[in-house]
Design a protein around this ligand. Structure first.
Ligand SMILES: NC(=O)c1ccc[n+]([C@@H]2O[C@H](COP(=O)([O-])OP(=O)(O)OC[C@H]3O[C@@H](n4cnc5c(N)ncnc54)[C@H](OP(=O)(O)O)[C@@H]3O)[C@@H](O)[C@H]2O)c1
Length: 334
């Protein structure tokens, strides 16, 4: 049963990753629901509010790699969202350093959370079976989940595959490839199965965790209504945009080689492209759906999620008005 947690005038929720794809959206969702939020940011210049919130969030400077900077951020906080990863950078060679940074960041965070007496952490990580020779990125996401669960707080881990929304790294890769390449010859990863989820549904689950206390201390797989190969996702994107595209997988084309052309075609930072591309060999499908019973929400289809994302785009190819978008069954989006 949902409960309405008491909402105080002072922030009791700490949002990390508030400048990121998920974090900045979650800030609006929490504000809509009446929560007061404290945002931890490395640089306040990177933090902006395109639309004003009902309640100004409190902004604190901090870096998860500098534990001293977290003490003040956690004062008076009961629940923290952990929406941080360290992938990125412009060079391919450096991309593996993210694992060590993510390990340190999670250890610093849980130590400070325990010292500050936090009750809950809500973490968004990645889907994937540990038995499946996980990529460095997916293995690291799971390691972070284990570290965050090793303290006295009750940690909820939500595990997602690619999240469909404007500005999400996985979605932007799909968008740029389909928009720019009429013919795509891809490695076998185009046939790896995955369970994408609309960013709106991710926000439903992340914010829902506050209202459904039975989610505390649990790990849940979260996914959309369809299980699709990456080729299917690209075809749905093309159809949604009314583009004719040829997409084929060829066995001898290596994933590393494909990362180089993905890097050339898309504006996503190389450090993220190479880390994500390695994970394309791993299936990312929900192994259980317990969250659907606890937090019942309407799941958004892939074509609708793409329409929503494109209608939000303000730059780059594919930006559309909501009316110019076709759902897979030929219906116009309304
Ligand atoms: N996007 C997807 O499709 C997807 C899919 C599945 C799971 N997830 C998970 O969702 C979570 C959020 O991902 P995202 O897509 O929102 O990532 P994102 O847009 O790249 O944002 C990452 C955030 O982490 C912050 N950050 C990085 N290092 C930090 C540090 N040392 N101290 C403090 N903040 C730091 C960044 O701040 P700066 O602005 O200062 O760099 C940024 O706000 C991650 O755990 C990710 O694994 C995402």
């Amino acid at each position: 049963m949902p409960v309405n947690p008491e909402k105080s005038e002072k922030p009791e929720i700490l949002l990390t990753g508030a400048t990121g794809f998920i974090g900045k959206r979650l800030l609006y969702r929490l504000d809509e629901k009446g929560y007061r939020v404290r945002c931890l940011v490395r640089s306040s210049e990177r933090f902006s509010l395109p639309v004003p919130l009902n309640h100004e969030p409190e902004i604190v400077s901090g870096d998860l790699l500098e534990p001293e900077s977290l003490k003040h951020a956690m004062e008076g906080i009961s629940t923290a969202y952990y929406l941080v990863h360290s992938m990125g950078g412009k060079s391919h060679g450096k991309h593996l350093e993210f694992e060590e940074r993510d390990r340190k960041a999670a250890r610093n965070f849980i130590t400070c959370a325990d010292n500050a007496g936090l009750r809950r952490i809500i973490y968004l990580g990645g889907l994937g079976d540990a038995s499946d020779h996980l990529s460095h990125h997916l293995a690291s996401r799971q390691e972070v989940g284990r570290i965050l669960s090793s303290g006295r707080c009750e940690t909820t881990t939500l595990r997602a595959a690619v999240i469909i929304g404007a500005g999400g790294a996985g979605f932007e890769i799909i968008r740029y490839l389909v928009e720019r390449l009429p013919v795509m010859l891809c490695p076998r990863w185009v046939y790896t199965m995955s369970q994408p989820i609309a960013v709106e549904n991710v926000l439903d689950y992340l914010s829902g965790c506050l209202e459904y206390p039975e989610t505390a201390g649990q790990t849940f797989d979260i996914g959309g209504p369809e299980i699709l190969g990456y080729a299917d996702m690209m075809r749905i994107y093309a159809k949604t945009r009314g583009l004719k595209r040829t997409i084929a997988g060829i066995p001898f084309f290596s994933t590393t080689l494909s990362s180089y052309w993905v890097n050339l075609i898309t504006p996503v930072p190389a450090g993220i492209v190479f880390a994500l591309a390695e994970g394309l060999k791993n299936q990312a499908i929900c192994r259980e759906n317990r969250i659907r019973e606890i937090i019942p929400i309407a799941l958004i289809s892939m074509d609708q999620a793409i329409c929503n994302a494109l209608a939000e785009e303000t730059s780059g190819p594919g930006a559309i008005s909501r009316q110019a978008c076709f759902l897979s069954d030929g219906r116009k989006n309304s």
